[in-house]
Ligand binder design. Sequence first.
Ligand code: NAG
Ligand code: NAG
Ligand code: NAG
Ligand code: ZN
Length: 592
Amino acid sequence: MSPRSERSPLLADRPRTSEDSTRRAEEEDAALHGVPVPLSPRRSAREVILFTWALLATAGVIVLAVVLQHRNSTSDTTPSPPPPPIAPGDPSAGGPYLSSKRPKRNLIFMVSDGMGPASLSLTRSFRQFTASLPADDVLTLDRHFWGTSRTRSTNSLVTDSAAGATAFSCGHKSYNGAISMLPGHKPCGTVLEAAKRKGFATGLVVTTDVTDATPACFAAHVDWRMQMDEIALQEVGVGPLGRSVDLILGGGRCHFLGNGTRGSCRADDVDVVRVAREKFGWGFKGDRAGFDELRMGKNVSLPMLGLFADADVPFEIDRRNMADVYPSLSEMAATALTALEKATRDSDKGFFLMIEGSRIDHAGHFNDPAAQVREVLEYDKTFKTVLDFLEKSDTEGVLVATSDHETGGLATAWQAPNELPVYNWHPSVLAKANASAEYCAFLLHQHIAAAPVESERSLIDWINAELVVARLGITDALEAELSALATNPAAANPIFSRMVSTRARIGWSTHGHSAVDVNIYSSGGKAAEKIRGNVENTDVGRFLSEYLDVDVDEITRELEDKFQGREVVELKSEGVAEVSGHPVEWLRDARI
Ligand SMILES: *[C@@H]1O[C@H](CO)[C@@H](O)[C@H](O)[C@H]1NC(C)=O
Ligand SMILES: *[C@@H]1O[C@H](CO)[C@@H](O)[C@H](O)[C@H]1NC(C)=O
Ligand SMILES: *[C@@H]1O[C@H](CO)[C@@H](O)[C@H](O)[C@H]1NC(C)=O
Ligand SMILES: [Zn+2]
């Protein structure tokens, strides 16, 4: 074990940001060019394929995050108003239920990362089409519409997931990239930490890396979201507050393995799984077989760390064909609900669980509507799973679900250049696709790596037959599209996405986020009245700690003490430029 693992990561000798980013960029570069990644002989052929794919899959999203970050840190943004003050004596802050001793209660908070209102319309119509349902059939989410949330951050009208999740976890606005840090790099206590302190059980369930911005904001405090090596350590308990999380289920295993281990994406050699086990008593499950041992939550002893993918769990459209390798969001959520309920059976406190449909956002970044509708359907199913749980549970509880922001500027209409508008869009196109653009791009890279001397003609024919027709269900590909794929495979993901989108007449205005208000959904009840209507994302955050009657300010004061004298990580624009240089070009190339 390295000396570093013995120390608080907050006080570690050097910030790791740029090192991490450079290393990541090299891996992404290799993946984007189809260079095989060296792998452990212990892995099965299938895992090798999935692992390489996972690297490739993550590349685009991380790249986009870095690009956004770069813009935010280098351009002058309009000075923004300070975050709304939270007056301790504000009568609107407490509500009648603050005064008396609360009965036991559970709070489930769901985040649909990157899901805007258009995603609901898209998915509702898709479902009606594929399941032959009437025009008035709606999603479970639609029946629990509660209000809308305004999402801007302190330094931009367009938030990123980190500032978005900080608004939920701390109840304060912050700068893009902040992991439960406020402007001025001051830490803020989170609802999960305050809940744990008060005796609640706590859990995080996601489909991306568990070190990604949304889950990180509930259980870590770092200056920038890219500091994932630090985040992993803090999440298991190596941090200012010790261990706050009882159950973590998701992807991102690579951040928990030391750099000497195959499949690691850490810059250092800290074996976080070992630290978690030995110092904090975590149980660990690292694959689908391990997940099955949890027996849907009936065989879980806390704390339990379950990491079921090297990075992202595949998009649902692909995962359902690999269900023997990866659990779904709804399976992980059901497991967490059962485990946390069981763990709090004899407690007078309940639990706080955050569940994120993480990859709705990724489908938005990639502009892939076929992948997105299946992500939203799985999220809707998970929402129903939670509602059913609350219905059956003897303990009082509330479900609140919202998004941190919209991604992609999705529109359920698209006017082709030089054509008149068409008043329609076509779910049938999305229904025919049975793989994501991301997976098709992975298959293309794999094919090129296996047959590097193929002629362009033969490559084009293979792409058309095996990917475009067989996987995307597109039978009228243009020669220009196929040749763009053959000559610029690095841009395959956005090219495939565009082929699907234009045929379905689905529009996108960006590969990044947008500022549109997002929806809030809830199981309802009197307590949730406070976030009815059009509210600020911080109102949602404050609701969470008020509902549990926990004090995040007390945690903030403790963190401020413990963070005194620490090194603050500032983004160096050169360091970021180094990372974003290639990807920016890649994005430009993506527009055929
Ligand atoms: C692995 O981490 C150690 C420090 O923990 C570092 O000295 C070494 O250079 C790293 N190796 C690689 C290949 O990154
Ligand atoms: C229950 O969990 C334990 C510890 O993780 C494991 O050894 C055991 O095999 C599990 N039982 C079942 C029936 O899966
Ligand atoms: C995808 O669809 C094609 C035809 O549209 C079919 O040949 C192929 O087997 C399907 N693959 C899966 C995994 O369903
Ligand atoms: Zn987000």
